[in-house]
Design a protein around this ligand. Structure first.
Ligand SMILES: NC(=O)c1ccc[n+]([C@@H]2O[C@H](COP(=O)([O-])OP(=O)(O)OC[C@H]3O[C@@H](n4cnc5c(N)ncnc54)[C@H](O)[C@@H]3O)[C@@H](O)[C@H]2O)c1
Length: 307
């Protein structure tokens, strides 16, 4: 098994994608620190791994604070003797359009995703560096962070911020031999199940059938298990040298996201003052407008959600 002898922390792994990641990492031989805020699902996740012959322990604590981050690293070291892999997956949604979004909605999402990723990565990297471990870190972004999405100010900020931190950490961690990548998943979970657009795919999955090809290929939408193999690969020694990347995965689709680059550059002696912007700059901006938001192909008639 490719992860034999490794120890992994997966945050928010009581359910959804995190549970699938933890189970796959365990299947590949890693010992797992399960983390969730929900004790019941955390213990069930541990049981699902131990009953399949793996090893796992649960830490029930909310990701966000430095204390929880340290608790997770300590649990890995005290229970399994070390730490090799961190998957920062815990997440929540508080979707509202801008004028309806409260300070609490904003802070809650930033706290779990952005701060939680920051504090956990800092604690894990400190362990890796001090102990000479060529660790692997996977952080979780979202298409919303890459492209923006209506009603997700807080989530877009957190997820774009996570990919920005990953690029920075790839630079800072290179010398220590630690790899850090972002995965941009799309899958049927509690978070996405109720989106009408995915209704026919979710219903097929719940009937135990494969999701229609259109979802798996055109939309890159599948099950949580579809994402887990990529997480396990990026967590392995085989992924050495792959760092600072944003990898999209869902259904049958694997994507490499580009990092932002200028699409055009022009020069004007003396710079771009207001008058020059009017006479020359305006045409450059108008001629090179970039799109925002995710682009979804039209669903075929038979895959449209029920009215
Ligand atoms: N489902 C998708 O299509 C999709 C797409 C893009 C990104 N993501 C991201 O993937 C991750 C997992 O999403 P999911 O769809 O499996 O969600 P989910 O809601 O099914 O599961 C999230 C889990 O995290 C736990 N959790 C919430 N807050 C926590 C905290 N502070 N500390 C520890 N655990 C906490 C929850 O109890 C839950 O078990 C999230 O970061 C999400 O933003 C999901």
């Amino acid at each position: 098994m490719s992860l034999e002898g490794k120890v992994a922390i997966v945050t928010g792994s009581g359910a959804g994608l995190g549970l699938a990641y933890a189970q796959e990492l365990a299947r590949q031989g890693a010992k797992i620190v399960i983390n969730d805020i929900n004790e019941e699902v955390a213990q069930a996740a541990v049981a699902s791994i131990t009953s399949a012959g793996g090893e796992a322990v649960a830490v029930v604590a909310p990701v966000g604070s430095s204390e929880t981050a340290q608790q997770l690293v300590d649990a890995a070291v005290e229970t399994f003797g070390g730490l090799d892999i961190l998957v920062n997956n815990a997440g929540i949604l508080r979707d509202k359009s801008l004028l309806k979004m409260t300070d609490d909605d904003f802070d809650a999402v930033i706290g779990v995703h952005l701060r939680g990723t920051f504090t956990c990565v800092r604690a894990a990297f400190e362990y890796f560096k001090t102990n000479g471990v060529a660790g692997r870190i996977v952080c979780i972004g979202s298409p919303t962070g890459q492209r923006g999405n209506f009603g997700q100010t807080n989530y877009a900020a957190a997820k774009a911020g996570i990919v920005g931190m990953v690029r920075t950490w790839a630079l800072e961690m290179k010398k220590a031999g630690v790899s850090v990548n972002a995965v941009i998943p799309v899958a049927a979970t509690a978070m996405t199940k109720t989106v009408p657009f995915f209704q026919k795919a979710v219903e097929a999955d719940e009937r135990g059938e494969a999701m229609p090809d259109f979802f798996r290929k055109e939309l890159g939408f599948g099950t949580a298990a579809d994402v887990a193999g990529v997480i396990a690969f990026l967590s392995s020694d085989a992924a050495e040298g792959i760092t600072g990347q944003a990898v999209g995965v869902g259904g049958d689709r694997l994507q490499v996201w580009s990092h932002p680059e200028p699409v055009v550059q022009e020069f004007h002696d003396g710079g771009w003052d207001y008058a020059t912007m009017q006479s020359e700059g305006k045409a450059i901006l108008e001629g090179n407008k970039q799109s925002v938001g995710e682009r979804f192909p039209e669903l075929p008639a038979e895959l449209q959600p029920d009215a």
